[in-house]
Design a protein around this ligand. Structure first.
Ligand code: A2P
Length: 349
């Protein structure tokens, strides 16, 4: 259970709230609808919104059908909370219009994350940052790889401050959206049938391959995905931690895995870390080499927690540990985190 840090309510107490899901026909939007239903979010009216391409189509939530509205002509007056997952450009253009109409926007794109005025929130880590949203009504949901990593780092950092993090990711294709999942399925089918696969979404063939390239390259030689992990981790943790990242796409549908090497400013060992992580909000520790038990993307897929295992002292460097961190990137990495933020917005002190 996430601690109640709300001093003053964001939204008045009501039996149900008007919730818009912008990007409701996408991979994350569909999961937002599922999670709202699963968690019995109090909804008076649910409004799925997408582009004109899918306006008029039907999506369902908690057994009820809803007609998808066209974002361009949609009037946000009366909406309490809008969960956006329709890409950065869409969010830059439309989130301010929703916020000005009085609604709280929780945005899953990277459009607002590094804006100094905008809260970048992981409820288990920095719920207090939500205070920033009282005036501007926009809250950014962090990058999927960052979310699961900071959930695992925070309980350790609270006890012994972290100095440096070296992370390598193994990221599922669902992080790149519905078309990316289709591309992996089609390429796999083509290759198994001796045909030449087509590559449209990824920079190289993803089936039976590993691609060390997510998002565009920057002048520094890092990719934008890597830079997001570096910048967002520091903003969310509110600490001057040295972070470096290599982000890699792997042919997995759901579940990002991460190898995280952490150096602390003082003594921390694997036994203490295992105990701290086992007690932390939102984390499940699976770490038993004697029975070959460790977190797997295949088992994390469809679940809510951040799974941590392979916790071991890094024998090559003082005060350092290795962690293996796995989570469902579409749930905790995106949709669930957004719904958890919405739950804080409706919480009463
Ligand atoms: P649509 O189905 O109308 O294209 P994914 O990340 O799985 O590719 O999904 C992207 C989501 O964002 C979809 O729901 C898509 O709607 C929506 N979307 C993309 N571009 C826009 C836009 N310009 N306006 C509104 N919704 C958009």
């Amino acid at each position: 259970m996430i601690k109640n840090t709300v001093m003053e309510a964001f939204l008045p107490a009501k039996e149900g709230y008007v919730v818009a899901v912008v990007g409701a026909t996408g991979a994350v939007g569909e999961t937002m609808l599922e999670i709202l239903a699963e968690r019995n979010f109090p909804i008076a009216d649910l409004i799925p919104v997408a582009s004109s391409r899918s306006a008029g189509s039907v999506v369902s939530c908690a057994g009820k059908d809803y007609i998808v509205q066209d974002l361009e002509s949609f009037d946000p007056s009366g909406v309490d909370i809008a969960l956006f997952s329709a890409g950065g450009d869409t969010s830059k253009e439309h989130a301010p219009r929703f916020a000005e109409a009085g609604c709280y926007v929780v945005d899953n794109s990277s459009a607002w994350r590094m804006d100094e005025e905008i809260a970048l929130v992981v409820p288990e880590v920095n719920p207090g940052a939500l205070e920033m949203a009282r005036s501007n009504h926009i809250i950014a949901n962090p990058n999927c790889s960052t979310i699961q990593m900071v959930v695992a780092l925070k309980p350790l950092h609270d006890v012994v401050p972290i100095e440096r993090v070296v992370v390598s990711t193994y990221q599922a294709v669902s992080g790149a959206g519905g078309k990316a999942m289709d591309e992996l399925a089609k390429q796999t089918g083509a290759l198994l049938n001796g045909q030449t696969p087509k590559t449209d979404v990824f920079p190289a063939r993803i089936a039976f391959n590993v691609i060390p390239h997510i998002d565009v390259f920057l002048e520094s030689g890092y990719t934008k995905e890597e830079q997001k992990m570096i910048d967002e981790t520091r903003k969310i943790m509110g600490a001057d931690i040295a972070v470096t990242a290599t982000t890699v796409r792997v042919p997995v549908f759901y579940g990002h895995s991460e190898s995280v090497n952490v150096t602390f400013s003082g003594k921390m060992n694997a036994t203490q870390a295992r105990e701290l992580l086992a007690d932390a909000d939102g984390i499940c520790v699976v770490d038993d080499p004697s029975s070959e038990d460790y977190p797997l993307a295949s088992e994390a897929a469809g679940t809510d927690p951040v799974w941590v295992g392979r916790i071991r002292d890094d024998n090559s460097f003082p005060n350092s540990l290795h962690l293996w961190v796995v989570a469902d990137n579409v749930r905790k990495g995106a949709a669930l985190n957004a719904v958890q933020i919405a739950e804080i917005l409706i919480r009463q002190p």
